[in-house]
Design a protein around this ligand. Structure first.
Ligand SMILES: Nc1ncnc2c1ncn2[C@@H]1O[C@H](COP(=O)(O)OP(=O)(O)OP(=O)(O)O)[C@@H](O)[C@H]1O
Length: 269
């Protein structure tokens, strides 16, 4: 008999990152099971990119710890092969063609899915001979996303992956991503400002504001707790209501903190 063991994809303990004395991420403790599709939401400057860069090993923590698939982020080729990452600015090699990028992907990644990559580029109507520097911002994002999925990682980390895509391309990409992750039980963590796009797609939510995690957990549990607190007379909340409620509470808390720290400034307003 085999026993299903739920492994942890991302584990952080009091994780923190500071830039020139200011905390961009503070006291972040998370335990995200493998196989989840995690939406990371929060306002500009909240700390989303900082958390994702700590998870990929592009940044080192200033406090606490982080483990990715049981290992240190970005440590060695084995660990790198297990994690796919598309940064916010979807970097590509501007002087290389799309075909060059796919060849490079094949050479660098042990589980490279060549048919998938070629099919997706063809479906997008992109000429493989085109240099990345001659693609539009959205097309470059599509190339970077194709490479990240074709790598067939165990964990896919995407920083605002749909920001550069038009609404139809956004929907198609998220549908395709949902299929790809369901097929292989890939864990995905993606940040987005477009909460409506995450509805029905993410099954785990992290809300972060002003460098702190305000809510983290399975979407159905967070929604159930929110609806129970709102009472039977309130309409059931959707993901957007949930995020706005957490952000609203956090904003009130931050304002109270500021008032306590600088009482004269607040009363002069
Ligand atoms: N290299 C850096 N040097 C100094 N401060 C930085 C640096 N990178 C980020 N910060 C600061 O850290 C905080 C968190 O930034 P981060 O990029 O993680 O936010 P974010 O939630 O991803 O924002 P956005 O939604 O605008 O992309 C911000 O206050 C930002 O100004």
């Amino acid at each position: 008999m085999t026993t299903a063991i739920e492994t942890t994809a991302i584990e952080t303990r009091h994780l923190g990152k500071r830039y020139r004395g200011r905390w961009a991420l503070t006291d972040c403790t998370l335990s995200i099971p493998a196989g989840r599709v995690v939406g990371l939401v929060g306002p500009n400057g909240a700390g989303k990119t900082t958390l994702l860069n700590l998870a990929t090993g592009h940044l080192a923590p200033d406090s606490g710890s982080i483990a990715i698939l049981g290992g240190r982020p970005g440590s060695g080729s084995g660990q790198l092969a297990r994690v796919g990452f598309v940064a916010q600015d979807t970097p590509t090699y501007l002087g290389l063609s799309i075909a060059d990028h796919l060849r490079l992907g094949a050479r660098l990644n042990p589980h490279w899915d060549r048919p998938y990559a070629e099919r997706r580029i063809a479906r997008l109507g992109l000429d493989p001979r085109r240099k990345a520097g001659r693609l539009s911002g959205g097309q470059r994002a599509q190339l970077a996303l194709t490479i990240a999925i074709a790598k067939r990682p165990e964990l896919l980390i995407l920083d605002e992956p749909v920001a550069a895509l038009d609404p139809l391309a956004r929907r198609e990409f998220l549908d395709e991503l949902a299929d790809a992750v369901a097929e292989r039980a890939t864990t995905v963590m993606l940040s987005s400002h477009l909460v409506s796009d995450l509805e029905g797609f993410c099954d785990y939510l992290i809300v972060i504001t002003a460098s702190r995690i305000r809510a983290a957990g399975p979407v159905n549990e967070l929604l159930a707790a929110h609806n129970a607190a709102a009472g039977p007379d309130s309409a059931p909340a959707d993901l957007e209501d949930l995020v706005l409620a957490h952000m609203g509470r956090a904003a009130q808390w931050e304002s109270a903190q500021r008032e306590a720290a600088y009482p004269e400034v607040e009363t002069q307003r």
